[in-house]
Design a protein around this ligand. Structure first.
Ligand SMILES: [Zn+2]
Length: 238
């Protein structure tokens, strides 16, 4: 991650992005301090690259776990729908597993009311939408189907989290490593790979959609100690 991307990622996390502005990619007056418009902009090339890089991580880990992975062979059914970004063989019986990767923003208008009450509700809703759309279609074409959804700010859906765990358990078993500490550390490393990829491309999307001077001012305004409020006094420990 470049220094600029890192600064954007921190600004996003701390709510220091400009609270309005015109997206330099799609030219809509849509930018917001939570980065919702920037990280979901339909015109952004990084949006697709982000998705593809996460799919690549899953395919790579599937391969390491002993499940032959295909990513280039994009499934296209007769109705032109394409449900799989990654296809794993031998995962759960003879039927290949089609995995649909998606990133969804819990602050998007369609999710925010539910997401403000229940964590992971955006990911869960996306999972259900994908299942409704593709499960039957995949079954009829000889495939099992699984959505792999990540929320824009880093949370994995329960399905995605469990699946990542299975891939790591299988990888370690193949390597003959049953040490729980090693398994946990490999699992954490996979989550970190996904997270850093996500944060990098989020930052890249914010940089490309924001006016550079607006982005610089917004960060600089909060970048000196003089502008920060006094930290609260902590109670003395006995
Ligand atoms: Zn845009």
């Amino acid at each position: 991650m470049s220094s600029e991307d890192f600064r954007c990622a921190v600004s996003l996390r701390l709510g220091l992005l400009p609270d309005r502005g015109i997206c330099q990619v799609c030219k809509r007056d849509s930018l917001d301090s939570n980065g919702v418009a920037a990280t979901t902009c339909n015109r952004s090339v990084s949006r697709f690259t982000k998705h593809n890089e996460i799919a690549k991580i899953i395919a790579d880990q599937g391969q390491l776990a002993g499940f032959p992975a295909q990513r280039e062979r994009l499934l296209l059914f007769s109705n032109r729908q394409r449900p799989a970004d990654v296809q794993l063989s031998n995962f759960n019986g003879p039927r290949p597993l089609a995995i649909d990767v998606s990133v969804t923003n819990p602050l998007a208008s369609s999710y925010v009311s539910r997401a403000s009450i229940a964590p992971l509700s955006a990911a869960k809703a996306r999972d259900e939408t994908k299942r409704t759309k593709y499960s039957r279609l995949c079954f009829e074409n000889g495939l099992d189907f699984m959505p792999f959804t990540i929320e824009t700010y880093g949370a994995l859906s329960k399905i995605a989290y469990s699946f990542a765990r299975v891939l790591i358990n299988r990888t370690c078993a193949l390597q003959g490593d049953q040490d729980p500490v090693t398994i946990e550390s490999q699992f954490r490393f996979l989550l970190q790979r996904i997270s850093v990829t996500l944060q990098s491309f989020n930052a890249s999307m914010i940089r490309s959609s924001s006016d550079r001077s607006a982005l610089g001012v917004a960060v600089a305004e909060h970048s000196t100690d003089d502008d920060l409020p006094e930290p609260p006094l902590l109670p003395q420990e006995d």
